[in-house]
Design a protein around this ligand. Structure first.
Ligand SMILES: Nc1ncnc2c1ncn2[C@@H]1O[C@H](COP(=O)(O)OP(=O)(O)OP(=O)(O)O)[C@@H](O)[C@H]1O
Ligand SMILES: [Mg+2]
Length: 304
């Protein structure tokens, strides 16, 4: 792509893809991956601890939502976080992203406590998330939603970008180009120009992921990204999560669908009533009596 005047936003990248040979497509995909992760070192090997919860307790009045929870996430890992309704999974995300402060205990990112850092600072330090209940700017286009996501990280002002001030144009164009690449990466570039509220549900879920990736996170936290999906959509999502990891991101996944969790994660942490009851590879978790007991009487899908 060249410059904004010569290249209309809509269609471009998508229309081109349709006419590519397999070889051209592979090259194109590599370019998209590079645009999605500019200059980022791709590390697919599972490495050192990226994020650690150390004895995190979080109380809401008399209710202990997290009770001395400790676990770590290693770089390059896909870690599943599971447990029955109300177990404390979303609260874990909230404690990690500065929505709530732990009553006691610590969250460390790359060995340093996130302490009382504001939410945007935590985003800048590299934790991004999606929400159990989709939160998008419904009146903005899919593309704009992602540009705004990138703005959480960069200096480009959204207002400047949207008003097309001349001095913002280069930065703006780069942000738009990258946002477009992200939409393609998650598989929804064909609807880039549609208002978020008009997108099909599955597209909205993917858009949330693109927007989170726009902040160039070290850790991507997905809160029930497959809720309400049919089996084919779940399959597609598993593929996307694997692709995200092979692009060098670390993923923390909250998900109720056991087949999906078992199929995509390297390791699983299980919470029940705010306590960690198990931590292991999927095969161990599947056989773990405490986990089986926690889920007894709860169907895999109707748990959501
Ligand atoms: N802001 C809040 N104020 C009071 N209680 C809360 C708050 N947020 C969560 N809780 C309570 O904390 C507990 C854990 O909730 P959380 O949302 O983390 O569960 P979850 O594991 O994500 O469940 P689900 O699978 O239903 O999404 C629940 O008992 C919930 O009612
Ligand atoms: Mg939840």
């Amino acid at each position: 792509m060249t410059n904004p005047e010569e290249e209309p936003l809509e269609g471009g990248i998508v229309a081109e893809v349709a006419h590519m040979t397999a070889e051209q497509r592979a090259e194109h995909d590599a370019e998209v991956a590079e645009a999605v992760a500019p200059g980022r070192e791709i590390q697919v090997e599972i490495g050192e601890t990226l994020l650690e919860l150390r004895d995190v307790t979080l109380k809401f009045g008399g209710l202990t939502a997290l009770d001395s929870v400790s676990f770590g996430i290693r770089r390059g890992e896909i870690l599943g976080l599971i447990g029955p309704n109300g177990a404390g999974k979303t609260t874990c995300f909230n404690a990690m992203t500065g929505v709530y402060r732990p009553t006691s205990g610590k969250v460390l990112l790359e060995g340093k406590p996130i302490g009382k850092a504001a939410r945007h600072k935590i985003t800048q330090r590299g934790i991004a998330r999606t929400f159990q209940n989709i939160r998008l700017f419904g009146e903005m286009t899919a593309l704009e939603n992602v540009v705004v996501g990138a703005d959480a990280r960069h200096k480009t002002s959204v207002l400047g970008a949207l008003m097309r001030l001349p001095r913002h144009q280069k930065e703006e164009w780069e942000a738009v180009e990258r946002a477009m690449a992200l939409l393609e990466f998650v598989g929804i570039a064909d609807r880039a120009a549609d208002k978020a509220k008009n997108l099909p549900y599955g597209y909205q879920r993917r858009l949330e992921i693109a927007r989170a990736l726009a902040t160039e996170p070290k850790l991507l936290c997905l809160d029930e990204p497959a809720a309400g999906f049919n089996p084919a959509e779940k399959e597609g999502l598993m593929e996307l999560i694997r692709k995200i990891r092979s692009d060098g991101y670390t993923v923390l996944l909250i998900e109720h669908d056991m087949r999906l969790v078992m199929g995509v994660t390297d390791r699983i942490v299980v919470l029940e009533f705010g306590k960690k009851i198990a931590d292991g590879v999927p095969a161990e978790i599947r056989e773990n009596p405490a986990v089986i007991a926690a889920y007894l009487g709860v169907g895999e899908d109707d748990a959501a």
